[in-house]
Design a protein around this ligand. Sequence first.
Ligand SMILES: [Zn+2]
Length: 426
Amino acid sequence: MMKKLLLRIIILLGPMSVWGTPVFDNFFTGDVLRFDYLLSGNQTSATVLQCEIKKEKIWSGSHNSLIDNLKYGTYRFQVYDNKSGELIFSKGFSPVFQEWQSTAEAKLINKAFYQVIRFPFPRKGVLLKIDKRNYNGQFSEIYSSTIDPDNYFIINENPKNIPFEKIQFSGEPTNKIDIAILAEGYTDDEMGKFMEDARRLTDSLFAVVPFSKMKDYFNVYALKTPSMESGTDIPGEHIYKNTLYNSTFYTFDISRYLTTSDMKTIHDMAAVVPYDQLIILVNSTRYGGGGFYNFVNVCTSDHNLSPKVFVHEFGHGFAGLGDEYYTSEVAYNDYYNLKVEPWEPNLTTMVNFASKWKELVDPKTPVPTPRDGKYASKVGAFEGGGYLTKGIYSPMDNCRMKSNEAPDFCPVCQKAIREVILENTK
Ligand SMILES: [Zn+2]
């Protein structure tokens, strides 16, 4: 009876939203709106310069989780219905640009990084806003612009005809996390090797808790995108290879840091499959990788630690986990403000520990928790993390987000990953 009454009220009022949640079909088609832009600036400034807008096939994200409740990421974008002003889509992300902003180089020069954001294609006019977190952790707007979906300058082309294989298929893309693995530094003749590498590393991801228990939430596609040459750039050794996504070691002059800035080509190629996460698999025996929340994951294929790195970087790119290590060389200065709680779910400055994993700490475990081996199997608050030995605390003495020796993610990281999986497959 209540249900019928409720249904009648809904039909009578014809709401665009139910209990504050936008109704997908009222606002969006099943296609994708892709907004390409340059993010430019220096240590303190960030400016958005629009490049092009595209219509692409198959929105692969959830229809029921349009507003980002997790609020992870150093940047976010929000989409508002023009007419009602209602927020109808939002998503957090952390671009390479944001890390570059904390390097010494960003104090000296301006640079621009190519970016792509994607959201379901709107039926009517929308307002797109892009926000950046400032040093005190609050978001402030750096861009806003209206988009008319009927504008005939929105590019509506077919994607490139890239051959791909489904490594794993669990069901409809809108109900699953769709991972696209793209071949980088593999020549045409090496595509057999790429498929073997992609399968092997996918297996390594689904061997680790909680991914092992939630494999059915994921689809995985491998895209056979050939490069002219094998390998990748190693500028510190004067090695340069002509590869499709222009990946490179020595990002920010850190030898192991492997990234790609060619987001345009990556998204152009990936458009042939439904995708929520991008993994660039680089054909190399060197140690290294990089992972950026809701942006891109990069990893090499053939170092003996590649399976570990693959999982670690996906922890960044998929779940927004922070680095729990604090002894390795990084290029950042003042990356974290110790006076505010970082947004990463697995790091705390103790400014608001209750908002993090305090509830998971046994009352018998001291906080801060000494790193003397006695509490190695316990959740606590261990000083050191986020590239700092002092002032930032990690949930466990060791974790996949800290070292390659850790067999698993710590319970706090596991919980965070589970939440991201569930949030995106509602
Ligand atoms: Zn952890």
